[in-house]
Design a protein around this ligand. Sequence first.
Ligand SMILES: *Cc1c(COP(=O)(O)O)cnc(C)c1O
Length: 463
Amino acid sequence: MSTTKNKWQKPTLTAHRMGALNKFGNTSPQQHLEAFAGVALLPLMEQYGSPLFVISEQRLRDNVRRLLRAFETRYSDVVYSWSYKTNYLAAVCNTLHQEGAWAEVVSAFEYEKARSNGVPGNKILFNGPHKERAILERVVRDGARIHIDHLDELYLLESVARDLGQQVDVTMRLNFDTGYTEPWTRFGFNIESGQAMDAARVLGHSEVLNLRGLHSHLGTFVLDPRAYAAQINIMCAFMTQVEMDTGCEIESIDIGGGFASMNTLHGTYLPPEQVVPSVDQYAEVICSTLNAAVRHRSAQGKSKPRLIMESGRGVVDDAEVLLTSVVANKRLPDGRPSLVIDAGVNVMFTGFWYNHKVTPLQPQEGMAEDTVVYGPLCMNIDVMRASVMLPPMNVGDAMMFSPVGAYNNTQWMQFIEYRPHVLWVDTEKRISVVREAENLAIVTGPERVPAHLQEPFREQQEG
Ligand SMILES: *Cc1c(COP(=O)(O)O)cnc(C)c1O
């Protein structure tokens, strides 16, 4: 038995004034939300279980239409290509393809997925640093546009083209410093060092490869649209130089993705409504810069390059939400309340970068407190929100994490728990499952057990 008792501490009372700010921010009762995409959410959870992803087809279509309108009204030749790695559920991809999007893929798997979704080869842009001979052969035969990442790929592609006896139009991926974002120098050819110009000259001498496009992708969650103005000016200057030096004619300038979504990066305190530019703001900077940079081309008898963009998270993020339920409620030793919920970083990988919005699905009472929200994994890193103002919530109460459409249905992992259903709400508010929840058969399907290991508790043979 311990001989020391805990010291008595004077209790403190803090007057709570509704609607006033305290050191945690606004204390007004947490708004709850009952519907998404025009559909009541609690009945969905009753029917399909918890956790649950829900995607709004209407929101997705609205987002891509807004993007296309913003660019097509400002530039004469625009192609939008859907970045598969952002969310390659077939329902998502096919919705965007129906709206006119091409496919932007970065691996043999994603290429095969785009083809199996019905995208013709000539509407696929093939990016990424890893493309082996077998997939290059298929891609060349299909007439897809290859974005060359490095010299080894250039030589491999040249040998493939020669073996197939085919001329191949290619795009070069470039990297450079805009002064606005940390340059991603690991992808493509660097402009400042002269590497990009050297590679362009190699292409200029190639008998089978023809340089027709320039591509770069600055990074992701680019909050300052002026980064794209710098990008376009650098790419257009390179285009002029390359055309003069090698005699090629560039047909397309691809500016990649990177537009921010309505999400909040860790360490950002202003709400996304205040810091994230609208698509019109991005489009205005991009198109006015490009129009000015290529104005002189018609006088030289050259056409304006096509503008290609590959926005991923900006288009899909807010079209999807994650519904989850409270499993337990506990006070941490430091006095903070914490919750355990049934969805963790296994299904919402982007929790590592974002403070997602958390919204209760039922009306809640009581004073909001700074709360830690943990996922269900037996892993210390499974934190869904390290700090969020929430009213007291009971076991079984439901909440929504949003937006979660980007990089979760692709980067999630089967770890400890099964991955849940993904539901689709179509434009008529009809519900369907677009990806089934996992079960034991699905998860263990690819496993093979050697014969001598099939009976773990086989009786030991007596010697
Ligand atoms: C990931 C990626 C995109 C999409 O990026 P977002 O930040 O989601 O817009 C576009 N293009 C390329 C080459 C990419 O790797």
